[in-house]
Structure formats: C-alpha cells, structure tokens
Design a protein around this ligand. Structure first.
Ligand code: GLC
Length: 835
C-alpha cells in the first residue's frame, strides 16, 4: 500500500528529464552509403538505412558520437532481416534530403532535421517532428498523429486494446502486485508501437533494451518516444495494413519456431506440487476424471534449497521414474529454472560458474550478489556466448531424465531489493564489448530463454524444445512462450488478459496466455469455469496458482464446475487441428494465433477498441463471459454472415447480438466461409502420435473432420498443416500441407484442396467433410481431381459425380457429409442444388 508520500514533489520523475535541450538543428549535407544515407546536421547525424523495402532504420548520432557511427544492432534483429542489395536513390531537394525506395520516400528536413515517411504517391504516412536530447544521453522523439489515431502493440501492458491516452515505460519488472492500469511496466518490454491512422497503419520499433517510454498522452497532436540511455535507433515499418506491419516487424525480429504439439495442450501448475507422490496423484486424478492434460509443472519446491539443476532428495526421491510413469499417462514435466544461482561453495553450479567468471559483476570486479528464493544468489551473464552455452548444457540434468521443456521465471532478473533488480551499474561482458546492466536490462530474460531453448535443442535428439518465460524483449518469440506473470483471481484480471495477450500477438508474441483462474488471491468455481472457457482458446493454456491460495485444479469446486472445465479443455483438444495449423501460419508469417477484430476488420470503427472478444485464426469468434453472475452479453459480429457454433443459427453481422450464455456456455461464432478442422478429443496429444499404444486411439487419431461453413460468396481460405507434432523433421519437409478454400454462389458450394506438400504419411489420413449452413438443398455432389501433376484448372470438365450413397444429407441439421481419403493431389468437391 502506498501513502501520499508517493506523490511528494521530490518523487515525481520524468524519463530522462523530459524533453532535453540539444537538437539536431539544421541539416548540412548528405552522404550516400551502402544501405542508405547519412545526413549531417549542426547537432549530430542521422543514419537512414533501408533494411528492406518498407522497413527503414533511423539512428541518431549526437555530435560526440558522429565521428564513428556504429550500426551494430541488438539481438532483437534477426541476422537475415536485411535485404542484400536494397534498391534506393538519394537526392538533395530544395528543403530536404530524400531517400527513395520502390515503396517509400523518406525525407530529412534541412531546416530542423525532422523526418517524413511518405508513400511514393505522396501521402505522408508518418512524421517525426524532432529529436531532442539532454547531456545525460536521454532522447525524446516527437511524432505527429491525427485526431482519430489508434495505438496498438507495446507487448504486455495493462489497459485496453487501444493505447490512446496512455503512457508506458519499458523496464522489465517483477510486479507481484498490483496489475492495474497505472502500472506501466510489467515483465516484458516490446518497444513496438503500431500506429493505426485512417489512411494507413505503420509501426515504430525502438531497438533500445534500456529504459524507454512511449507516451500517447502528453502531446495533444501526436506522441513521444523516449530513451534514457544507449542509442536512439528506431525502425519505421510500413503497412499499409496492420497485417503487413506485423509481417514486416516479425521479419525483422523473427518468428516463433513451431512448438511441439504437447506444448499446445492443457497445462496444470501450482506453486508448488510438493512431492513426487503429489504429482503422480494429480496425474492419476486427471486420467480418472477424464480431463485432458499434457503437462504438469514443478515450481520451486522440487529443488534442494531452491538450487537450480537439483531435485530435493526427500520430496522427489526418484524423479526419473516419476517422469517415466507420467509419460506413460501422456503427461510431461516442465520444471521451473530461475536465473539466481545460490551462493554456496558446496554447490557445483555455483563453483563452476564462479571459477570460470560466468556471473555478472559489479564495477569492482566482484560478482553481483542479491537475494532471491535461494537466499544470496549470483546471476549468469548471458551476454557472453560461453556462459549461455554452459547454462544451456546444464539442462542435460533435465533432458537425461526425459524432460523436454523449461520454465524460466524471475528473469527480469528479479532481485528482492529496493530496485527489484540488478544494480544498473553491474557490468555485462557482452563478448568483449562490456555494457552496463542499465543499458541492456530488458534483454536479460530474452538471453536466458535463448540459452535455454538452444541448450535444450542440443540435447533432445531432434525433438522440439519448449521454453516458457516471464521476462522478454522484442524477438522473445524466437525462443519462448510467454505467460503474463502474477495476476490474481479477479474478474478484472480475466478481462484484462484479452487486450494484453492480443497486443502481445500484434507485437510478434503469438504464443502467450495468463495463469488461468488467476495466480494470487482465491479463485471461485464460477471464475474458474469462465476463465477456463476463455483460456482454452488462448494460444498458451495453463492453470497456475499460488502457495497460499485455495486449490483451483479443474475439480476443486465440485462436479458442475469440473464438468465445464472438462468440456472446454476437451474443446481445445477437439480444435487442435485448427490451433496447430494456425500456429504453423503464425510461425511462417508472424500473424498472431488469436487476433483482435481490428486486425481482420481494420476499417470497422466498432472494433477499434474492442477488448473483450477475439478471433482464433480468422474465422472463429470467441466472446467470453468475464463478469460474475452474468449469463448474457453483447457480442459484436462484423458485417457478413455468421453462424452460432453451438446451434448453427445463422446471424447477419454488422451489428451487436445478445448472446445467452449460462455457466456452461462460451459464446462462439463462425464466419460464413469458415473452414474449421477438428478431431476427436484425446486425454493427451501423445495419444495422437504414431506409435501410440492404444489401437482405438490410433484409429480415432486418423480422422480429420473439417467443418465447412457455407454462405460465403467470396472465396475463403484456410491453410491446413500437419506433421508428427514432436520432432524437427518438418524442417526437412516431413509434413502435409494443403490450401483449403470454400465458396458458395448460385446454388453451388465449391471446396478445393490445393496440395502444398504431401511429405508426411502418418496422422489424419481419413477426412470427413461437413458442409454446414448451405443456403440450398443439395442434389448432386461431384469431384474433380488434378491427378498426375496437372493443376485443377487443367482438370476442367473431369467432373465425376459422387454416388448418392457416399454422401449423407441431414435435413434437420442442414448438413451434408462426405468421407474421403486425405487428398494427395489437388481436388475440388462441388455440391449443387437442383438446376
Ligand atoms: C513467481 C512466478 C510464479 C511462481 C513463483 C514461485 O511469482 O511469477 O509463477 O509460481 O514465482 O516460483
């Protein structure tokens, strides 16, 4: 609790002393360089670089730095992001130095060094009006914006979807409480602002892992971006659509690797499951109660005195056999691994690290020591490649027992001291170019997850690793999934998880989710039921709770709540073919798994700040109930036709509808043209793996149901993807992929399968297609095959009727079903009305 002292005049601090007083001033000359231009000015120099067409980097060098302009980037930027030979020209015009690419025209004004980003046609997309700095190195950039601007992105932040009127700092912080709108820094720092103007959307990414700030509040006609230390190095990311901004941003900072399918299952956690017996009992309860579950977490009590890479010999006497037994039940273990290494001369990890000089040091050369769970601890210096390698290899302790994932917590890093983290003058070796902690604070968690991901990857014999992290920086998606830290069992926190995870998705981090049920405080049955409904359709799905809170496993609140949890966790497994395909799309394109409606309907003003419903992929609309005692809610359906997922009722969009949702119902809608692949429920994704013991499971696992929602006059597309779900063999082409499309017009529904790759023979080889909501009575069904390498267009006329016995029409439900073998060529199926 804070007292009024918190607002004492001495305590009010503005980042870097607000606006500063040094400026670029008049631009005096230009030099063309390999990737762009350097514009000299009275007060410094601006380096403008073409990374790719549509991606422009601008870096400020103050007068003192202009001598040797270093263009090194942080690790956020992927190595191959830059085009090898970008095409551009540099010209001097009367009032500006201008760099032109095929898509953009970037002008640096001669009068004041301000920068304008315009489309080739002339429309100005973004205007950076000035750069000011002070003698401590803090920089402020002002950008212009219109009155109708909307802001998104910024990673993991409190508040609504649209960040207009907000101000946030980027400083990875261990915030146990409170997660309220005025807490402007949580665990992740992703300095990407997505600016959505009526004419175009663009992004600004400030690549600075020190303390930075985005202020959309203080300037009436624009916004400020500020840095406290390090270089002012930003990227302008062109749209014009939001999807293109996200695509370009993730081509710059990378995309997630396809996770193992088990990591997409349901995860159960608790701080802590205290013993081997308790963990095994928990797993058996999931199986007895027939509730799907793929992962159980071990929180800090599994360790001996909180020493990472150990097991407590009394609580967990035989972890190896526990892990084997769990695996036979389809459940994997993910242990917590914090960065703090106990200062203890009898502890091998400490001894090894301190002898090799692997821990972060104070300016005096001594290791930085601070208290965390194990007591006084030291912290690996992950900026050094040798340390990351060492840390990664320490994970053989786990992999040799059959563990394939790790949970990285407290990696801001959190320290139980006044500043809540490492002293900012702590030194990081940084492979020979030392930096202070203050300059790279926000990178610590990313570097730890990178070391962990790569270390696990080296020791899993070709299986995909899974890392979960609390802290991160831009690019974290390449190494880890993100959970949103210590939320509470409050309805408000359930509601806030939607805009938070949606903005994480727009910031490149697709694989994210909150602790379902809330971490701290005490959950109720109703809250758990509603939160499980929502969480089941989030990218990352884990129920986790704190030591002293009441239990919140799915059965903790009696049979009614248990049945609801079973149903919705089951729904996640039934929808796994959809979820997995959308994950693949995200890994390929960077588009988020769950999406704010504004991403799909950017011109619809009703969705600009719609923070309480979302799309899974582009067709399944999820509208959770997130208030106590509520069984109705308004749902906004964008224009077009929609179907109620549960009842099949057709609804016209472009309006709000009132959804009736008693406790066991999550309102779900499918867009006309929606293609939703699904499967039979399983108790674990392991049941679906080829080589699964149970014949019954293997037979069920071979069926893929694809629901085809009619009524879409325009062609809709879904990229279906399948592989072994476990290994990295897909990288070499061992996968099945097909572009599915659907169209219904003038009494003909056409479903096409355009084969992309048939490199995976296992999995779901029997397809059951169900046309739903057809607007006509079907009379005839036919199929056209490309065969022998022809494409479908060349197969024109080869239409073969499917015998009436081979398709079924359910008049009451209005559904037509056909079973086919998984196409190994492109095919087209048409359903026709009586002509
Ligand atoms: C932190 C984590 C939480 C974990 C706890 C104990 O508070 O955020 O998830 O359970 O530490 O390890």
């Amino acid at each position: 609790m804070l007292t009024s002292e918190a607002i004492s005049p001495d305590k009010v601090r503005a980042l870097g002393g607000a606006f500063g007083f040094l400026a670029l001033g008049k631009a005096t000359g230009v030099t063309t360089v390999e990737q762009g231009m350097n514009v000299a000015a009275e007060g410094g120099m601006l380096a403008v670089r073409v990374v790719q067409d549509g991606l422009i980097r601008v870096k400020l060098f103050t007068a003192e730095e202009s001598g040797q302009p270093g263009m090194a980037s942080t690790i956020a930027i992927v190595e191959d992001a830059a085009s090898k030979e970008p095409a551009f020209t540099v010209e001097e015009e009367e009032s500006a130095y201008v760099l032109t690419t095929e898509l953009l025209r970037v002008g640096v004004d001669k009068e004041d060094g301000s920068v304008t980003f315009a489309e080739i046609g002339g429309m100005v997309v973004a205007r950076q009006r000035g750069l000011l700095w002070n003698d401590l190195g803090a920089v402020t950039a002002r950008f212009a914006a219109s009155e109708t601007v909307r802001y998104y992105g910024l990673g993991e932040k409190t508040g609504g979807l649209d960040k207009r009127g907000e101000r946030y700092e980027m400083w990875n912080s261990d915030v146990y409480a409170p997660h309220v709108p005025e807490i402007d820094a949580l665990y992740q720092s992703i300095p990407l602002l997505v600016v959505h103007e009526e004419e175009a959307t663009y992004g600004l990414f400030l690549d600075n892992p020190g303390r930075t700030c985005f202020d959309m509040r203080s300037e009436g006609d624009g916004f400020l971006i500020q840095s406290e230390t390090g270089s002012f190095d930003y990227y302008f990311i062109a749209g014009p659509a939001m999807k293109e901004v996200v695509g370009r941003y993730t081509s710059l900072t990378g995309r997630m690797e396809l996770p193992p399918q088990w990591a997409l299952g349901y995860h159960q956690s608790r701080y802590s499951y205290m013993s081997q017996d308790e963990v095994l009992e928990l797993a058996r309860t999931f199986r007895e109660k027939d509730i799907p579950c793929d992962v159980i977490y071990l929180d800090i009590h599994y360790m001996e005195g909180y020493r990472v890479f150990t097991f407590d010999p009394v609580r967990f006497p035989d972890p190896r056999s526990m892990i084997a037994e769990l695996k036979s039940m389809g459940i994997r273990i993910v242990p917590i691994v914090d960065p703090g290494v106990k200062l203890d001369l009898n502890y091998e990890v400490f001894r090894e690290g301190v002898t090799a000089g692997y821990f972060c040091r104070k300016p005096s050369g001594e290791p930085f020591v601070g208290p965390v769970w194990p007591g006084q601890s030291v912290f690996p210096d992950f900026t050094e490649d040798a340390v990351s390698r060492w840390w990664g290899d320490l994970h053989t302790f786990y992999t040799e027992m059959g563990i394939e994932g790790a949970w990285n917590d407290m990696n801001e890093p959190a320290v139980f001291n006044e500043s809540k983290t490492m002293d900012i003058d702590t030194i990081h070796g940084n492979n020979g170019s030392p930096v202070t902690h203050g300059e790279i604070h926000n990178l610590y968690g990313l570097l730890m997850s990178k070391a962990t991901f790569e270390g696990l990857g080296r020791h899993l014999g070709g299986n995909r690793p899974f890392v979960l992290t609390r802290a991160g920086y831009a690019g974290i998606q390449r190494y880890a999934a993100v959970w949103t830290g210590d939320n509470r069992s409050f309805w408000e926190h359930m509601a806030m998880a939607m805009p938070m995870v949606l903005n994480l998705g727009l910031s490149g981090v697709s694989f994210a989710g909150p602790d379902i049920g809330g971490f701290a405080h005490h959950c109720s049955g109703e809250l758990l039921a509603r939160w499980t409904q929502m969480g089941a359709l989030f990218p990352y799905c884990r129920n986790h709770s704190e030591l002293s809170s009441i239990r919140q496993e799915p059965w903790s609140f009696g049979p009614e709540i248990e049945a609801i949890c079973r149903e919705y966790i089951g729904l996640r497994y039934r929808l796994m073919p959809l979820i997995y395909s959308v994950f693949r799309e995200s890994a390929e394109t960077g588009l988020p798994v769950i999406r704010p409606l504004v991403l799909e309907y950017p011109d619809d003003p009703s969705v600009a700040n719609l923070s309480d419903q979302f799309l899974l992929g582009d067709s399944l609309l999820v509208a959770p109930i997130y208030r106590a005692g509520t069984d109705h809610r308004a749902v906004y359906l964008p224009s077009g036709r929609w179907q109620d997922y549960w009842t099949g009722e057709t609804l016209e969009g472009g309006r709000h509808v009132l959804a009736y949702a008693p406790l066991d119902k999550l309102p779900l809608y499918v867009k006309a043209g929606g293609i939703i692949p699904h499967a039979d429920v399983a108790s674990s994704t392991m049941e679906w793996l080829s080589g699964s013991d149970s014949e019954e499971a293997a037979a069920g696992a071979s069926v893929l149901s694809i629901d085809l929602y009619g009524g879409g006059a325009a062609e809709s597309i879904f990229d279906y993807y399948e592989d072994d779900g476990l290994t990295v063999d897909y990288r070499g082409g061992s996968y099945y992929s097909a572009r599915l499309s659907l169209r219904e017009a003038e009494g003909i529904a056409t479903f096409r399968v355009q084969l992309v790759r048939s490199g995976y023979a296992g999995g779901r080889v029997n397809w059951r297609l169900t046309f739903k909501g057809l607007s006509f009575l079907p009379h005839q069904v036919g199929v056209k095959r490309s065969g022998e390498g022809r494409d479908l267009a060349a197969a024109d006329g080869d239409w073969t009727p499917v015998q009436a016995a081979e398709w079924q029409y359910d008049k009451v439900a209005g559904e037509l079903t056909i079973e086919i073998d998984r196409p190994m060529d492109s095919i087209e199926i048409t359903v026709r009305a009586h002509s």
